[in-house]
Structures are given as structure tokens and as C-alpha cells.
Design a protein around this ligand. Structure first.
Ligand code: GAR
Length: 197
């Protein structure tokens, strides 16, 4: 079977969601191909994963740029030269401009460690604990110009335990992220694959 959809994964750190997506995309019946990793941090653990997995990785260090627009212009060049169809943000911790997100409308998705629209932004696990939330979780959503906004594709809930710390809660949520992201990717890939010429 052909692999019509060319996927880039954007990350900034450890890269466990990228690794999960890479394993999923390696399955012969999944109609997408992981062709490019993009990291804004040279020291990100995910860079090593790309090297070991033999996946090209564009390291585009945001600190080397004066403006967000110049940084994104180089990302766009890397994405265009790899002929990317779909971007998956997986722990990519730079805000993207509305222009960038609009350019990739419905072809850029993100994973966020909360049940959106609850807890947009950072420190989601601590904020859920501080609020006494009984349920927490993760969301995979289409990106829109507003941060952590856009239609939700898949959500997974986890219980919050009385003795949770932000770290124990993060671990429980991350395990569900690794279930949610492949599920969401399948939904999006099916849609995109049916639109390919
Ligand atoms: C994940 O928990 C992801 O949901 C979160 O960063 C972590 C990356 O882990 N993303 C955000 O907070 C985005 N706002 P990973 O590098 O192991 O995939």
C-alpha cells in the first residue's frame, strides 16, 4: 500500500510522543510516512531519537533568530523541501504565529496535556491539582491561531488521585497521550488520504 501523507513532527524536548507516532507511522497499513523531525532546541532528546531511527531532523534553533517570522520562515523552507502534507506538534514549546497556523489550516495538529478547553497554557497538572479537579487528561486538536484552541479530535480522561503530585499526574496523563495521539492521527490521515489526488 502506498503511503500518501508525508508527516513532519515538531518537538522541543524528550520526544516520547514523537516516538509513539513514529512507531505508529511505521505500520504498513497506516497511510502516512514520518519524513521529517523538526526541533527548535539542539539539545532536545528527540533529536537523538531521529538520528537513531534514521529520520532526517531539521534543528532550527529559535535563539539564533531575531524574530519569530524569520524563525518560522526557515521552518517553512524545511517543511516545503520535505514536501510535508501534515504537521504533528508533539511537545513543541514555541508559540506559532497566526500566519504560520493559517498556512497549515487543518494540516497541523497538536497534543496538549489537559482536557481542553480547560487549562490552556503551561503547568496544566499543577493547576488541575490546585483546583481540586477530579478528572484530568489530554487532548489532540487541530491548531488554530489562538493558543491551545481548535477542534478537538480525541480526548482521554484520567482520574486524579488524592495523593497525586504534578509528576505522578503527568505520568498518568502521558500514558494516555501515547494512546490518544495515534488514534487522532488515524482520523486525520484517513481524511487527508481520501483528499489526495
Ligand atoms: C507532553 O506532555 C505534551 O502534551 C506537552 O509536552 C509534553 C512533551 O512530552 N505539550 C505541551 O505542553 C504543549 N503545550 P514528549 O516530548 O515526551 O512528547
Amino acid at each position: 500500500m502506498s503511503k500518501p501523507v508525508r508527516v513532519a513532527i515538531l518537538f522541543s524536548g524528550r520526544g516520547s510522543n514523537m516516538e509513539t507516532l513514529a512507531q505508529h507511522l511505521a505500520k504498513p497499513d497506516v497511510p502516512g510516512q514520518f519524513v521529517l523531525g523538526v526541533s527548535n532546541r539542539p539539545e532536545a532528546g528527540g533529536v537523538g531519537f531521529c538520528t537513531r531511527a534514521n529520520i532526517p531532523c531539521a534543528v532550527i534553533d529559535h535563539k539564533a533568530y531575531d524574530t519569530r517570522e524569520d524563525f518560522e520562515a526557515d521552518m517553512q523552507k524545511a517543511l516545503a523541501s520535505a514536501r510535508i502534507d501534515l504537521i504533528c506538534a508533539a511537545g513543541f514549546m514555541r508559540l506559532l504565529t497566526p500566519e504560520f497556523v493559517t498556512h497549515w489550516h487543518n494540516r497541523i495538529i497538536n497534543i496538549h496535556p489537559s482536557l481542553l478547553p480547560a487549562y490552556k497554557g503551561l503547568n496544566t497538572h499543577k493547576r488541575a491539582l490546585d483546583d481540586g479537579a477530579k478528572q484530568h487528561g489530554c487532548s489532540v486538536h487541530y491548531m488554530r491561531a489562538e493558543m491551545d484552541d481548535g477542534p478537538v479530535i480525541v480526548q482521554k480522561h484520567v482520574p486524579v488521585h488524592a495523593d497525586d503530585t504534578p509528576d505522578t499526574l503527568a505520568t498518568r496523563v502521558l500514558a494516555q497521550e501515547h494512546v490518544a495521539y495515534p488514534e487522532a492521527l488515524d482520523i486525520v490521515l484517513e481524511k487527508l488520504a481520501s483528499q489526495q489526488p
